[in-house]
Design a protein around this ligand. Structure first.
Ligand code: UT7
Length: 325
C-alpha cells in the first residue's frame, strides 16, 4: 500500500558568531565555570548581535537547508517556524522569513511550544504534507532567548543561548512500512497546569511588556526525565521499535544530566546520543535542529538511519518523533 511520507531532503543551521563562555558570565553574576559545567554540562553559548533577530537566524538556517536540498524559493509551499522569541508580536516570524527567502506561494506561520517547538512544528508540517495540501515544507526552530533572560538572575541566565536550525520536508510516496524514509511517527503532549514552573512574566495582553524567563529548575528537571522517557516509550509502542533500532538519539539540549538520565532510563547506548548542550546551551526550539544539523553535517546521520527526537518545555509541552533519514 502506498503511503505519503514527509521525507527529509535538506538540513541547515545558523549560529551567531559571538561566543560567551562560563568565565564571561562569572564576571557578571555570582557563578562559576565549575558550577555551570557540573550542574548542566554547558561550557559556552552563542549570543545574537543586535541585528541578528530570530527571523535573521531563521532565514540563514532555512537558506542553508534549501541549498542542501538543491531547492529554490519556488519549491517551498509551507513554512512552520517554532519560536518563543518572535521578532514582533505580529506578524509571524515565519512570514518575515518567507519574504526574506523570496517565497511568495503557500502558507507560513509560527508555532509556539517553547522548547518542544521543533517537535510540534515537525509533527504539524508532517500532517499537512500527509494530508496532501502542501508539497514541500520548511520546518524551522529559531530563538533569541538572550533577549528574554534576566541577566541578573544566575539561576537562568547561564542556561540559554541563541541559534536556528531547519529541515526541508518533501511529500513522497512510501510503502507504509518502517523501512520507508520520512517521519514515521510523532507524539505530542501538553499539560497547562505547570505554567508557573517555566514561563515568561510578560506578554502583550497580560502586561504589555515582553517579560523575562522564570523557571523553577528543580521542578522542571524532575518532570523532564519522567515525561521524556514516557513519550519516547509511546513512540516505541506505536511503532514496535526499540532503543537498539535507533541509530541516533537527538534530545532537546537543556541539561547534560537530563540527557544522560533519560538515555539511561530508555537503555539508549550513550554513543548514539547527539550532544551539543556543551557548546550551544539551551536554545529552546532551535536545539534539536541544531543538534541534527551538526550530526548530519559531520557525517554521523546518514540516509536510512533511524533518528529519534524528544523534547520538553514550558507549558508543559513535550513530544517525540521518529524519522527514517
Ligand atoms: O528547556 C526547558 C527545560 N529546562 C530545563 O530542563 C532545566 C531543568 N533544570 C535544570 O537544568 C537544573 O535544575 C538547573 C541547572 C536549573 C539547576 O540545577 P540544580 O542542581 O537543580 O540546582 P538548584 O536549583 O537546586 O540550586 C543549587 C544551588 C542553590 O544554592 P543553595 O540554595 O543550595 O544555597 C542555587 O542558588 O546552586 C545555586 N545556584 C547557582 N550557583 C552558582 C543556582 N544557579 C547558580 C549558578 N551559579 N548559576
Amino acid at each position: 500500500m502506498s503511503v505519503r511520507r514527509s521525507v527529509v531532503v535538506g538540513c541547515g543551521h545558523y549560529l551567531p558568531p559571538r561566543i560567551v563562555t562560563n568565565a564571561d558570565l562569572a564576571e557578571k553574576v555570582d557563578t562559576s565555570d565549575d558550577w555551570i559545567v557540573e550542574r548542566t554540562g554547558i561550557r559556552e553559548r552563542r549570543i545574537a548581535g543586535p541585528d541578528e533577530t530570530t527571523s535573521v537566524l531563521a532565514t540563514r538556517a532555512a537558506r542553508a537547508a534549501m541549498d542542501d536540498a538543491g531547492l529554490g524559493p519556488d519549491d517551498i509551499d509551507l513554512i512552520v517556524l517554532a519560536t518563543a522569541t518572535p521578532d514582533y508580536t505580529f506578524p509571524s516570524t515565519a512570514t518575515q522569513v518567507q519574504a526574506a527567502l523570496g517565497i511568495t506561494q503557500g502558507a507560513a506561520f509560527d508555532l509556539q511550544a517553547v522548547c518542544s517547538g521543533f517537535v510540534f512544528a515537525l509533527a504539524t508540517a508532517d500532517n499537512f504534507l500527509k494530508a496532501g495540501s502542501h508539497r514541500r515544507a520548511l520546518v524551522i526552530g529559531a530563538e533569541t532567548f538572550s533577549r528574554i533572560l534576566d541577566w541578573e538572575d544566575r539561576t537562568t541566565c547561564v542556561l540559554f543561548g541563541d541559534g536556528a536550525g531547519a529541515l526541508v520536508l518533501e511529500a513522497q510516496e512510501g510503502d507504509g512500512t518502517l523501512a520507508d524514509r520520512g517521519v514515521l511517527s510523532s507524539h505530542l503532549r501538553s499539560d497547562g497546569r505547570h505554567f508557573d514552573k517555566l514561563h515568561v512574566d510578560g506578554g502583550p495582553s497580560k502586561t504589555m511588556t515582553t517579560g523575562h524567563l522564570r523557571m523553577e529548575g528543580k521542578e522542571v528537571f524532575r518532570h523532564a526525565v519522567t515525561n521524556l522517557a514516557e513519550i519516547v516509550e509511546e513512540a516505541f509502542r506505536a511503532t514496535g521499535l526499540k532503543a537498539d533500532d535507533i541509530a541516533w538519539f537527538v534530545p532537546h539540549q537543556a541539561n547534560r544530566r537530563i540527557i544522560d538520565a533519560t538515555a539511561r532510563k530508555l537503555d539508549v547506548d550513550p554513543a548514539k546520543v547527539v550532544v551539543t548542550v556543551d557548546r550551544h546551551g539551551n536554545t529552546s526550539a532551535a536545539s534539536i535542529p541544531l543538534a541534527v544539523a551538526e550530526a548530519y553535517g559531520d557525517g554521523r546521520i546518514k540516509k536510512g538511519d533511524l533518528v529519534l527526537l524528544e523534547a520538553m518545555g514550558g507549558g508543559f509541552t513535550w513530544g517525540s518523533a521518529l524519522i527514517r533519514w
